[in-house]
Write a protein that binds this ligand. Structure first.
Ligand SMILES: CC(=O)SCCNC(=O)CCNC(=O)[C@H](O)C(C)(C)COP(=O)(O)OP(=O)(O)OC[C@H]1O[C@@H](n2cnc3c(N)ncnc32)[C@H](O)[C@@H]1OP(=O)(O)O
Ligand SMILES: CC(C)C(=O)C(=O)O
Length: 566
């Protein structure tokens, strides 16, 4: 890289628009969306789509709710020509959807383009020519006046051809390609020339499409350019003002949003931002950005992952795992403080109230994602996320101090393994730590037994090895403490059902102290009989405090899936 890039790269000049209005505006309705996936997206692929893949993507776009779709560049290839013919002849265009096709401002290409649309009910022809100085001087070698003459001639040619096919309702879209790099008066002149040549007026509107063909400035400059055009264009009421942002500087979405604030009615782009170089603006992000402001985007992304899979299959380009809204990881929090806040937010969130879950800008369920991947555990995770997973997958609501105690166990494992901890591993760690001698589905030679009578509860606790303990008390917890010879004190006890339903297994949690050593630990029990769950929690605490006979404290732990059915 150059130590001083300034002689080689020049800053883009600001627009002189001191009374600009757009910074104070908000977007309150969805724009007209135009998908250019099958044209601008397609021309950016290693291998352009064949007819079959184009049709699959067309159908996705239609079912998502797009009413305007750029079908291709029929004069450029037989595939595109045949595709447009197929759409028309095989009835793939619903009554409320209008196809658009693109052409350069060249007679032969315009003729073939119009030919491709024979029989269409309604169609948009998209004619473009580049207007910026570098293109005028280097590519076309035309003066400004000659560029205007080209537009007048070619739009006029298109008008004559389309007038001769009156069975189709024709709409012209004119793009001053390279608009963002063109002097504003030149862009205005180009648009006015196209309007005149097309005969814009009542009942004969035009779409004027302003592209950032290559992004060269900050999005506020583009917004100023759009507002300037919005204010200067004549017959504004007959113009649908459209923008077509690319993403070279990574600000395509910002450009499209600010442009709408500046007066744009319509946005062209591609699903997930496919397109030339760093892409066209991402229409999914734009739509969901609107949605999260409470504005209906009028596009349905209820199955966003399904849409992403279709686009990946059609384009051959995989979606980045951190792609806004759609990436596999974007609803996932690994870090402890985020997990903690998400858990608290999800617990507090009530149906029908405004979404207020920290770190989640959208409810993943609204776009077809479950909460399963919201929280994942690695060495950056804290107690909140671990507690969330234990509750979600095993129905265990952990008191705060138990969360702290168990998260230390998980942290040690995560540090040692340097890997993500999946739910099965989490269960194994929990079971090893807390259910060692307290799970009747496993190592106890026989289930413990409770006899409840008017005089209290009698417990029989057969431990691994030959030991059988007996105890009596007012309830199962006291009976279990007594069976253990009163060697621990229960400071806290709670119990709850793991799942709804009469046969739901219950969780019981005790916090216990060994009065001799003053050591404190939690114990956890799980059983269909809630009383036995309490007794097993006492047994668990006794084991963790090493108050059980030595041969009762070790055994293997079975996998979570089996335990989940206890
Ligand atoms: C920013 C964008 O995305 S614009 C869309 C770009 N997309 C595409 O180009 C994809 C489809 N295009 C193609 O397949 C081809 O360009 C074709 C088939 C349409 C035309 O191919 P060719 O006839 O070989 O011409 P080529 O593409 O090389 O274009 C260069 C010529 O067209 C002229 N030209 C380029 N764009 C335009 C335009 N919009 N209007 C008028 N003339 C144009 C150039 O000045 C050049 O003219 P010259 O030959 O007199 O120097
Ligand atoms: C709108 C057209 C000409 C385009 O694809 C672009 O400028 O990027």
């Amino acid at each position: 890289m150059l130590r001083d890039p300034s002689p080689k790269y020049r800053p883009f000049p600001a627009v002189d628009l001191p009374d600009r209005q757009w910074p104070g505006r908000q977007i309150r309705q969805a724009p007209v969306w135009m998908s250019t996936d099958l044209r601008d997206g397609n021309q950016a692929l290693f291998e352009p789509m064949n007819g079959e893949r184009k049709l699959r993507l067309w159908q996705l776009l239609v079912s998502t709710g797009f009413k305007e779709i750029e079908a291709g560049f029929p004069a450029a290839s037989q595939i595109d020509f045949d595709f447009v013919r197929g759409l028309i002849e095989q009835g793939h265009i619903p009554a409320d959807v209008t196809p658009m096709v693109m052409t350069q401002a060249r007679e032969d290409l315009i003729e073939r383009t119009v030919l491709s649309l024979r029989g269409a009910r309604r169609a948009i022809v998209h004619l473009y020519n580049a207007t910026a100085p570098a293109w005028r001087e280097l590519v076309f070698r035309l003066s400004v006046d000659e560029v205007m003459a080209l537009i007048e001639r070619q739009v006029g040619h298109l008008r004559r051809l389309t007038d001769a096919q009156p069975e189709t309702e024709w709409v012209l879209q004119y793009s001053p390609e390279t608009f963002c790099m063109t002097e504003l008066p030149v862009s205005l002149r180009a648009c006015e020339t196209a309007m005149r040549a097309w005969g814009v007026g009542p009942g004969r509107p035009i779409i004027l499409n302003l592209p950032t063909t290559v992004e060269v400035s900050t999005p506020n400059v583009f917004a100023d350019q759009v507002e300037w055009m919005h204010r200067h264009l004549p017959q504004r009421e007959h113009i649908i003002l459209s923008v077509h942002p690319h993403n070279d500087r990574g600000t395509g979405v910002a450009c499209a949003e600010l442009a709408q604030m500046a007066g744009a009615d319509r946005v062209e782009g591609c699903l997930f931002g496919n397109g030339e170089r760093s892409g066209n603006v991402d229409l999914v992000t734009l739509a969901l950005n609107l949605y999260t402001q409470g504005v209906s985007p009028r596009l349905d992304f209820s199955d966003l992952a399904g849409a992403a899979r279709v686009v990946e299959a059609c384009t051959g380009i995989p979606l980045h795992p951190r792609h806004p809204y759609a990436g596999d990881l974007v609803h996932t929090a690994f870090s402890g403080s985020h997990q903690d806040a998400i858990k608290k937010g999800l617990t507090a969130q009530q149906d029908g109230t405004p979404w207020r879950v920290p770190y989640l800008p959208i409810d993943p369920q609204d776009i077809g994602r479950s909460f399963d991947s919201v929280i994942r555990v690695n060495s950056q995770s804290g107690k909140g996320g671990i507690a969330y997973l234990m509750e979600r997958h095993f129905g265990l609501v952990m008191p705060r101090r138990l969360q702290v105690e168990f998260s230390a166990v998980v942290q040690r494992h995560a540090d040692a393994s340097e890997a993500e901890i999946d739910v099965d591993t989490l269960w194994r760690l929990f079971a090893q730590a807390y259910l060692g001698a307290a799970d009747t589905a496993q190592a106890l030679p026989q289930p413990p037994q409770l006899h409840r009578s008017a005089s209290g509860t009698q417990i029989t606790l057969p431990l691994p090895g030959a030991t059988v303990l007996h105890g009596h008390g007012n309830g199962p917890v006291e009976a279990a403490v007594n069976a253990l010879g009163g060697r621990l004190r229960i400071d806290h006890f709670e119990e709850h059902a793991a799942r709804g339903g009469a046969d739901a297994p219950a969780w019981a949690i005790v916090e216990a102290t060994d009065p001799l050593t003053r050591r404190t630990s939690f114990g956890v029990g799980r059983h269909a009989d809630i009383g036995l769950a309490g007794a097993l929690a006492v047994l668990s605490a006794a084991q963790r405090l090493q108050l059980l006979p030595a041969d009762t404290t070790h055994r293997d732990v079975q996998p979570a899936a089996e335990l989940a059915t206890v």
